[in-house]
Each structure stands twice: as structure tokens, then as C-alpha cells.
Design a protein around this ligand. Structure first.
Ligand code: CS2
Length: 495
């Protein structure tokens, strides 16, 4: 049976149980430009903002920019940028239509319109969820990778910039030239000290472009740090069908767990919505929250992703339900990750990991391990390698982290333990997979070659013989005996 397509005209006729904007979207103006309007932003910051525009803060609508693909634009434009968030808990779905996104622009198709948005005097916040790799950083040092081909090209060309640091710097340059006032750059990606890191990257880019611009950015822009958290797996056709069953068509709904957290440092140059009234936490120092989340949640995610994917498991819920993997996860938290996390105001770490376990076990959310396994070179340093260095500094040997590093190395061979072949998705994929295939099944050669990738492994870690030996041992065992048997021997030698 044909059902109506979501849009302004059909909004009022949606089934009564669907929560929808109760405000006049035509009265909302754009105060935020968001770069990277993927599922995560739409299920997270856009929801908090929807609450605030509904509460009367009408100057804070969002214009979403896609940096590459026109897919989000093509899906949402015919539905007036409206979309559904399916909040999915063990007791079923709750559907809510979000109205805070007013417009979606695909930057390569419409660069002038994108730049007009970025330089609009009414726009005071530019937020970002573009994934770790888009910042063109050297992940081991969190600085601008000046040899990144995109950065080299953007600095050389006078054409429209294609990288995120290039685009932010160009928008700020034009804002300076046009005298329209600075902006707050609100980074919502899982980078360590994300605002400070991106301030450093954009500042360095600007310095190379024009030192006066670097001065303007230092004075007129702010880069608060944030911690963002909500599990949002990629949307599937089954999710689209779930919306159709509710009685309308949405070309790109997003699915999210019930939990959501947003911690923000209050450093904004020209105001912000009162997101705290929509549940965000405004704090002076995000660092403890960020360390807790990056390590305990994302570190656990990446660990389950490599070990679980090799063992042939599909989702986080499958991996968490597996007794061997869940025992490993408990030990990874207790021995290697939690001891390096400083006290977090108002939080207790055992309670946090107990809650994470419940969240990971939510079988209604099908969060694929292969999705999380993507871009390991960009994720491992902050999620697992900095914690390893912290533990080594405390005189302990982080054996479980060494095991996950070995699993990542084995994962780069591109086939799981059932012999199924998959593509390694990573900005360094061609180099990493070439190193892996050259080394074959020789653990020492494989680890040795990959330890040489300086964008991933900091010199201090590479120089630590004990840690290297642990990785090689785990890798040898993994290559010979597989994930389960390897984890079995690890627990025999506990802790
Ligand atoms: C995940 C994150 O894909 C990944 O690397 O670890 O996207 C994770 O789901 C979010 O950070 C949760 O807030």
C-alpha cells in the first residue's frame, strides 16, 4: 500500500503517536551550519537543537552540509529536510520527526551556496561531525599532517578548498574580509581534546596560508571541546521499512539507542542555544568526560570490533553476548583502561561500565562490528594506544590492549577466521594492507612492519620492548590458533 512521503504538507496527517515539530518551521532562521550531516548528527545535536527551537529559540536552525556525497541532500530535500529518529530500545521503537534541520547542501555541487551559509552574519556556530580522518591530522601527534595530499592541494590552489581545515580557514578568511564576525567551531567528533586539537590544526593551516588569518582566528573564533555519545548504527532498508509500517515514507530515517549524552565547554564567541535545557551538560573542563568515553566506550568498541569480526561475529550485541569476549572486555576495562582514567565529576567508573554493558547488549540495535572497525589508524591512538602508554607509565603491562593491537594487525589481512574476505576501510588502507600482505603469517614481520607506521604508533610505544613482545606474542597466537583459543591462553596467564 502506498503511504505518503514525509514533508511539511503531510506532517499534520502523520499517525498521532509520532512526535513531530509543534512549531512553525518557517519562523526558524539558521544560526548553525553543520559540516557532515550524517546519521550521528541527525540523531544527536540536531535533536537537542530541535528541543530548543521548539522552546522558542528560533534563531538556531541548522543548515547541514555534506562534504562529498549528495545522498543526504537527495533523500531529505523532497521531504523539506524533515526526517525521523527511531529511538530503539528493548521495548520497541519510538518515532520522532525532527524539524531543526532547515536545509541540506552538498558542498561540491553547490560550493557558493555552502560558502554563503558559512559566511552568513546570522550564523554563529559551525559544528562538525566529519569523522576523525577528515581533520587531516597526524593521529599519533594530533597535529596537521602537512604532507596530506588534500592539504597540499588546498594550500597550493586558489580554488575552493576540499579539506575540512581548508574549508574552515577559508570561511573564516572571508568572514574577516567581510567583517561579519567570528564563529564558534563546535567539533563533535571523537578526537582527544577535540576542540583544542582542531584549533591547532586549523591554526597551523591558516599560518601556512596567511599568518594574519591565523591571528584573526586566534582572536575571533572559539573551539570549545565536547564529548558526544549516542550509539547510531548506519541506517538499513529494514529501518526504512519500519518507518513505512508506521504509515509514512522517509527516505533516510536514523536509528538510535535511547541513551544520549553531550558535554560541552562553555566557550562560545557569539552565543549558543541553551542546550543544557535539553539535557546537555555545560562544564568548564570536558577532558575527564572525554577520556572516560573515548577509552571506556570507544576503546571497548574497537576491541570488540577487531576481535569479534575476526571470530566471524556481526554486531556489538553478538560480541557482548559471547562469554569469551565479554570476559575479555571486563578484564580490558579493569586492568588496562579504567586505571588510567581520572575521576569524573559525578560519575563512578564501575557504574559507567555497567551501563555500557547494558547499552552494548541492546539486541534491537544492530551496530555492525565492521562499521566500527573502519579507520582503525585514526581511532587506535586515542582509544587504546594512549591508554597503553599511561599504563606503561604506571609500571603495568597492558596485555589486553596489546592483544587488541595484534587483532587490528591480523584484521588488516582482509579475511576472517572463516576465510571470508572483506575490504579494509581506512585512509591508510593501501599502505597498511600492502605491509600486511608482504609480511604474511609471520607475526614478528607483520608487527614489525606495522609498528613502523608513525601516524599510528608514537615513538615511545614503539620503543617499549615489553609492549612489542606482548603484541608479537598475541599476534603469533592469533595467527596460529584463532581469537577464542588465543583469549583462552591470555586468561590462563592473568592478570
Ligand atoms: C564507534 C562510535 O564507529 C565507532 O568507531 O565507536 O561511532 C560510537 O558508536 C559513538 O562514539 C558512540 O557515541
Amino acid at each position: 500500500m502506498a503511504v505518503p512521503r514525509l514533508g511539511e504538507r503531510t506532517l499534520a496527517a502523520l499517525p498521532p503517536e509520532i512526535v513531530r515539530p509543534a512549531y512553525n518551521r518557517r519562523a526558524i532562521s539558521c544560526g548553525i551550519v553543520h559540516l557532515g550531516i550524517g546519521a550521528f548528527h541527525r540523531a544527536h545535536q540536531a535533536v537537542y537543537t530541535d528541543d530548543r527551537v521548539a522552546a522558542g529559540e528560533s534563531g538556531w536552525g541548522i543548515a547541514g552540509l555534506s562534504l562529498r556525497s549528495p545522498d543526504v541532500h537527495d533523500a531529505l530535500a523532497p521531504q523539506d529536510a524533515l526526517y525521523t529518529v527511531l529511538q530503539r530500545g528493548p521495548d520497541g521503537d519510538r518515532a520522532r520527526v525532527i524539524g531543526s534541520v532547515l536545509d541540506v547542501i552538498t558542498v561540491p555541487n553547490d560550493p557558493d551556496r555552502a560558502m554563503r551559509r558559512l559566511t552568513d552574519p546570522a550564523v554563529r556556530v559551525v559544528s562538525l561531525t566529519v569523522t576523525e580522518k577528515a581533520y587531516c591530522q597526524d593521529a599519533a601527534t594530533s597535529t596537521l599532517d602537512e604532507n596530506h595530499p588534500g592539504i597540499v592541494a588546498d594550500l597550493a590552489a586558489k580554488a575552493f578548498p576540499r579539506t575540512v581545515p581548508g574549508l574552515l580557514a577559508e570561511a573564516l578568511r572571508r568572514r574577516c574580509e567581510e567583517g561579519v564576525g567570528g564563529i564558534t567551531v563546535l567539533v563533535c567528533d571523537n578526537l582527544p581534546s577535540n576542540g583544542d586539537t582542531v584549533a591547532r590544526i586549523v591554526g597551523r593551516y591558516a599560518e601556512l596560508r596567511d599568518p594574519a588569518l591565523a591571528g584573526y582566528i586566534a582572536n575571533e573564533a572559539a573551539f570549545p571541546c565536547t564529548m558526544v555519545d549516542r550509539i547510531v548504527p548506519a541506517t538499513t532498508d529494514t529501518d526504512r521499512a519500519a518507518v513505512t509500517r508506521l504509515g509514512y515514507e522517509d527516505a533516510w530515517p536514523v536509528v538510535a539507542e535511547p541513551f544520549s549524552q553531550w558535554v560541552i565547554e562553555d566557550r562560545f564567541v557569539r552565543g549558543r542555544p541553551r542546550w543544557e535545557e535539553a539535557g546537555a551538560e555545560i562544564v568548564r573542563d570536558v577532558r575527564p568526560y572525554e577520556l572516560m568515553k573515548l577509552r571506556a566506550l570507544n576503546g571497548a568498541h574497537s576491541s570488540l570490533a577487531y576481535l569479534g569480526a575476526l571470530a566471524g561475529l556481526e554486531t556489538v550485541a553478538d560480541a557482548t553476548a559471547d562469554p569469551t569476549l565479554s570476559a575479555f572486555l571486563r578484564a580490558l576495562w579493569d586492568e588496562d583502561l579504567l586505571p588510567g582514567i581520572p575521576a569524573v565529576p559525578g560519575m563512578d567508573l564501575p557504574g559507567y561500565t555497567a551501563e555500557l554493558t547494558t547499552r552494548f547488549r541492546n539486541t534491537a540495535i544492530r551496530h555492525r562490528l565492521r562499521q566500527i572497525a573502519m579507520d582503525g589508524s585514526q581511532k587506535l591512538p586515542q582509544r587504546l594506544l594512549s591508554p597503553a602508554l599511561d599504563r606503561l607509565g604506571q609500571g603495568a603491562m597492558p596485555r589486553r590492549i596489546a592483544t587488541v593491537v595484534a587483532a587490528w594487525m591480523r584484521f588488516l589481512q582482509g579475511r576472517d577466521e572463516q576465510g571470508r574476505v572483506y575490504e579494509v576501510n581506512d585512509p591508510l588502507a593501501s599502505r597498511l594492507t600492502a605491509l600486511a600482505s608482504e609480511a604474511g603469517d609471520d607475526a614478528e614481520a607483520l608487527a614489525g612492519a606495522l609498528f613502523g607506521v608513525s601516524e599510528v604508533f608514537a615513538p615511545d610505544l614503539v620503543a617499549h620492548d615489553g609492549f612489542r613482545t606482548e603484541v608479537i606474542r598475541a599476534l603469533g597466537s592469533l595467527l596460529q590458533r584463532g581469537v577464542r583459543a588465543m583469549l583462552g591462553t591470555l586468561s590462563e596467564h592473568a592478570p
